[in-house]
Ligand binder design. Structure first.
Ligand code: NAD
Length: 440
């Protein structure tokens, strides 16, 4: 079966490569021609474990091809997945311009029955909007019959391939039994390993994605609030998290406190859910508060750093201070810095006058584009040279066992602000550091 994936970012590329791995013939499309040329050359472009080898293997075996010609890809495919970005607009709602652009191109190139599937995270009602756009084009003379389906993606950056090949569930929203049957067929290898399928309406599938991400963001934020309370009460948040997580109704995951959630999904999806709910006259007050508390949490981390340095939060208060920042990506095993807490914290520290030296194992190229004024270093040790404080912002494995004696010798002042609670406070203090974690 021939399928097209439109958009070759984190989701489109992983989806395309994994469907090729399932044995399908995939045409992956992007408007960014340089991206297409490099992908066709076997460069994975994003940092994602296993992706590069799998891409090159499927290219060699002729199951995946890359093109900037969306029209051709549509004409040659039975199923078209839309996997383009749906960034936040200024009012928090999802910007659907790329999705609609693809829908119009698909509509103009229908040459037989097609299934148009949204894999991008899109507001409830987008599937119907795509149906309307395509119907209008058909009235204008285009040929063909089609169905629209929603098949939201739940992969996590950093373990995207694993998540795609062994997901917790596959959600398919469609009105047409034919569209459902075709999508089930695409995912047949997952049936064999007994992955649960949720077959539902387009609207329910669209909402499942936002509800899932907003719930996870709420869980993280709840724990961050507990961590802040633990600091006030002199209690260790990790003991509280363990005590809570052993309750099966709560579960141990997503109870780790830190600098607030980030990345390309939780911030934009929580904001989008808030605007969807308001537009339907049914505000989600809980999620609105989560968005607000998460923003405060990042600024609270800046206060923590300023406090550890014995400085104030007045503009210019950190003039002459150097911060060594370890980690820029919003989480380990990715190079994605979109809405990364590290980026927000660095820009705030710079606003207060600090100089920032940073190292990240994968995200420095991406970070340079958004933060040109950071002094990027080649490893963790050179990032802390002459620093007044070391801030650990992303828990990459290689930061878990740093030679702290050596670090202490390199720093101007031995202050460790551990925003991911990676280090044992007692041990670090015994080495002569001032240690500051989150909720302990
Ligand atoms: P991305 O920004 O990494 O990639 C989007 C790609 O689409 C870009 O390469 C862009 O050039 C391309 N594009 C834009 N307009 C196009 C057009 N008209 N034709 C062809 N290509 C076009 O985005 P992403 O992180 O892959 O996210 C895509 C969608 O999937 C979003 O809705 C996102 O919310 C959702 N999602 C993302 C993740 C994640 O972890 N990144 C997980 C689940 C769902």
């Amino acid at each position: 079966m021939n399928i097209a994936i439109v958009g070759t970012g984190y989701v489109g590329l992983v989806t395309g490569v994994c469907f090729a791995e399932f044995g399908l013939h995939v045409t992956a499309v992007d408007t960014n021609e340089e991206r297409i040329a490099r992908l066709a050359n076997g460069e994975a472009l994003i940092y994602e474990p296993q992706l590069g080898e799998m891409l090159r293997r499927n290219l060699r075996q002729g199951r995946i091809q890359f093109t900037a010609d969306t029209a051709r890809a549509v004409r040659e495919s039975l199923v078209i997945f839309i996997a383009v970005g749906t960034p936040s607009k200024d009012d928090g709602s999802a910007d659907l311009r790329y999705v609609e652009e693809v829908a119009r191109t698909v509509a103009g190139n229908l040459n037989g029955y097609k299934v148009i599937v949204t894999k991008s995270t899109v507001p409830v009602g987008t599937g119907r909007r795509i149906q309307r756009i395509v119907h209008e084009e058909i009235r204008a003379g285009s040929q063909g019959v089609f169905d629209v389906a929603s098949n939201p993606e739940f992969l996590r950056e950093g373990s995207a391939i694993e998540d795609f090949l062994r997901p917790n569930r596959v959600v398919i929203g469609a009105d047409s039994p034919q569209a459902v049957a075709i999508l089930q067929d695409l995912y047949r290898p997952l049936y064999l390993i007994e992955v649960p399928f949720v077959i539902t309406t387009i609207e329910a599938a669209e909402l499942i994605k936002y509800a899932s991400n907003s719930f996870l963001a709420t869980k993280v934020t709840f724990m961050n609030e507990m961590a802040n309370l633990c600091e006030a009460l002199g209690v260790d948040v990790h003991v509280v998290a363990r005590g809570m997580g052993l309750d099966h109704r709560i579960g141990p995951k997503f109870l780790h406190p830190g600098p607030g959630y980030g990345g390309s999904c939780f911030p934009k999806d929580t904001s989008a859910l808030v605007t969807i709910a308001r537009a339907h006259g049914c505000p989600t007050r809980l999620v609105e508060t989560v968005v607000d508390v998460n923003e405060q949490q990042r600024l609270r981390m800046v206060q923590k750093i300023v406090g550890a340095l014995g400085a104030s939060s007045d503009p210019g208060s950190l003039m002459g201070i150097t911060i060594g920042m370890l980690g820029l990506a919003f989480k380990p095993n990715t190079d994605d810095v979109r809405q990364s807490p590290a980026v927000v914290i660095i820009s705030e520290l710079q606003r207060l006058g600090a100089d920032v030296q940073a190292f990240d194992p994968a995200a420095m190229e991406q970070a340079r584009r958004v933060m040109p004024k950071v002094d990027y270093r080649e490893d963790a040790y050179s990032a802390v040279e002459g620093a007044d404080a070391l801030v650990l912002a992303t828990e990459w494995n290689q930061f878990r066992n740093l030679d702290l004696e050596r670090i202490k010798g390199l720093m101007r002042r031995p202050i460790l602000v551990d925003l991911r609670n990676v280090y044992d406070p007692e041990r670090v203090r015994l080495l002569g550091f001032t240690y500051c974690g989150v909720g302990r």
